[in-house]
Design a binder for this molecule. Structure first.
Ligand code: ADP
Ligand code: MG
Length: 629
């Protein structure tokens, strides 16, 4: 019997590989791709169709229909058919201008936008989750297993709220979102540009409803977004609209009913798409309202008609180049993304501006999903020997500080896009504490000892105050180059200390992957260790507080009560030091808290507002930073 032995450097067999996928959650169309037999490919539905229209139709019984069937429902049941929901992601009602023409009704309530449907109110996150769920099922059906994780792409200009909403949609669809990736970065990865050493690239993305131009700088496998620009209200739909207007004029059409107008728009879109391959197309159709069309549209006429739109995209490119403070000659390449870049007029205009042929060998509809798939594959650990890279346009590992008891408090979560600044307040542990050690760490583990130490520094000269009274604001700031600056400031006195750190310095991509997988692997063990450490800190804080209260006000208690409390404190101290089970320590903590309730009341009566009462307040108060200098 023969055994097949895989050669060194060969990728593991499919069944050993973890299943990962990249998802392009587009305004118009969405896609899912994966790495199969070492190259990325888009997964099709059971009819062989790759593009899933980002349209969801809701029926009275609550069923959601997604994709092509929903796309056609736009004509029959526009009020319950939601398209282009990406425009609403992470947006409040007040952020959506009344100018937006909508076929469906929005809930007037505050906060997140919600859409009224026969199936009830639906948030953009829910609608997106319905789209993602279909893609997830498609992947699991064709790959024959659960997806380990996915990478979802977002426009480079998406802000925190929009990114968070996208992640939430992923989670709601039951996906493990490994990372969000900027769409232009994904396209650049699909073209393998990250394999080069360095260079500046432009990514020109003209989709259905939006135009995005991004200027990326690659340095040693790291993509930095130098500038983004574009027009969120300019896309293939506007080209369709011009064709519609032309048809109305040329065909001498009388005002149209709503449904005939929608028919006309679909007709216009088909004609436009056909013109990409043909020099001219006949447009013949009897509309629902009885009017007939019989026209011929030539490519040259179309190109002239859409010239104003093309000029707008070229102006936006020039502006982005200015914002990035570079000249067109500095661009090593231009990548075309989005279905609308198939139009010959786009290709020639872009080539003319940049003075070189754009990269368009890959299908512009799928290039973003392919790049996301490559990234997802690397993140789950299916890396190939020569794929020794990881993108760093986001923070690869969380940044945090060590708090009392060795527990890590995350300040900047993993996957935050650069640049970023985040602040958190901490406080002192002991009465009269005048200095604080700040220890910045990097990693996903719960205990500082398991994370990578980045820097230590001290904040001195804190005015002596009761434990928990000082307010120390620690700010983490990471610039686009990945340079971290940590600053600590005591807010009442204003004293400051700070340090610069280079977080990714010296950390190879392999180390990053190892730290990530270690974080996943030991998550439950870490949670136990964290719970234990937290309970130990809680116990210590309580011991400190009550001992200090006893020193001040023991005379409020009878000797018997004093003895009982002292004995309970002793037991708690032993449990804190030796007990491996956080629940048992918690029992002791609760016991002491209960036993000293009356004492606390007596002290309150004495109008001493420190210590014991503070214990309960502590639970909502800022965390304590390690004071062992
Ligand atoms: P989005 O990123 O907004 O989801 P896509 O990248 O999928 O959008 O692009 C959709 C747009 O591409 C539509 O306006 C569609 O008409 C246009 N499109 C698709 N194929 C062609 C083609 N062959 N020629 C011209 N336009 C096309
Ligand atoms: Mg797109």
């Amino acid at each position: 019997m023969l055994f097949q032995i895989s050669e060194p450097g060969m990728t593991p067999e499919p069944h050993q590989r973890k299943l990962a996928a990249g998802i392009d959650l587009g305004t118009t169309n969405s896609l899912i791709a994966t790495i199969r037999s070492s190259s990325p490919e888009v997964l099709a539905d059971d009819k062989g169709v790759e593009l899933l229209p980002s349209v969801v139709h809701y029926a009275t019984d609550g069923t959601a229909t997604v994709g092509t069937n929903a796309f056609y429902k736009q004509v029959q049941d526009p009020a319950n058919t939601i398209a282009s929901v990406k425009r609403f992601m992470g947006r409040g009602r007040d952020e959506i201008g009344s100018a937006t023409q909508l076929r469906y009704e929005l809930d007037e309530g505050p906060g997140q936008v919600r859409i009224k449907t026969v199936a009830g109110l639906r948030s953009p996150v829910q609608v997106s989750a319905d789209i993602l769920a279909v893609l997830k099922a498609r992947a699991q059906d064709s790959l024959g297993g659960e997806l380990e994780g996915v990478v979802i792409t977002v426009p480079a200009y998406f802000d925190d709220a929009q990114r968070q909403a996208t992640k939430d949609a992923g989670r709601l669809a039951g996906l493990n979102v490994l990372r969000l990736l900027n769409e232009p970065t994904a396209a650049a990865v699909a073209y393998g540009l990250d394999q080069g050493s360095q260079g500046i690239y432009a990514v020109y993305d003209l989709g259905g409803g939006t135009f995005d131009i991004s200027i990326l700088r690659l340095t040693k496998g790291v993509f930095e977004v130098m500038a983004t620009g574009g027009d969120s209200a300019l896309g293939g739909d506007d080209f369709d609209e011009l064709v519609v207007q032309w048809m109305q004029q040329e065909g001498h059409l009388k005002p149209l009913t709503d449904s005939a107008a929608r028919q006309l728009r679909m007709l216009a879109r088909q004609a436009k798409e056909l013109l990409t391959e043909h020099e001219q197309v006949p447009i013949q159709k009897r509309l629902e309202d009885g009017q007939a069309i019989d026209l011929i549209l030539s490519r040259s006429y179309f190109d002239a008609m859409v010239l104003p739109l093309m000029k707008r995209t070229i102006q936006a490119c020039k502006k982005a180049l200015r914002d990035a403070e570079i000249k067109v000659e500095d661009c090593a390449g231009v990548v075309l993304v989005g279905g609308s870049t198939r139009m010959p007029t786009v290709r020639s205009s872009v080539a003319q501006l940049f003075g070189k042929e754009p990269l368009c060998q890959l299908n512009p509809d799928t290039v973003v999903a392919l790049g996301a798939a490559i990234q997802a594959n690397a993140l789950v650990g299916n890396k190939q020997a020569d794929e020794d890279w990881l993108l760093l346009d986001v923070i690869p590992l969380s940044l945090g500080i060590e708090t009392y008891g060795g527990i890590v408090e995350k300040v900047v979560p993993r996957n935050s896009t650069l640049p970023i600044a985040r602040a958190q307040e901490f406080t002192t542990f002991k009465d009269g504490q005048t200095a604080m050690a700040i220890h910045a760490v990097q990693g996903e583990r719960e205990l500082a000892g398991d994370c990578r130490s980045l820097a230590r520094f001290e904040l001195r000269g804190i005015p002596p105050m009761a434990a928990g009274a000082a307010k120390i604001r620690v700010t983490f700031q990471v610039d686009a180059d990945g340079l971290l600056n940590v600053q600590a400031q005591e807010l009442t006195s204003g004293i400051k200390a700070q340090i610069d750190v280079k977080p990714s310095y010296g950390l190879s991509d392999d180390e990053i992957s190892t730290m990530l997988s270690a974080g996943y692997a030991s998550a439950s063990q870490d949670m136990k260790a964290r719970a234990l450490a937290e309970q130990q800190v809680e116990a210590e804080r309580l011991l400190e507080a009550i001992r200090s209260a006893m020193r001040a006000d023991a005379d409020l208690l009878s000797q018997t009560d004093q003895d009982a409390i002292n004995q309970a404190l002793e037991q708690l101290n032993v449990a804190r030091e030796h007990c491996p089970d956080h629940l048992q320590i918690k029992q002791q903590v609760d016991h002491v808290a209960q036993l000293t309730e009356n004492f606390a009341a007596l002290r309150m009566d004495r109008a001493v507002k420190q210590a014991l009462a503070g214990k309960r307040i502590d639970e909502i108060a800022p965390k304590v930073v390690s004071d062992n200098l």
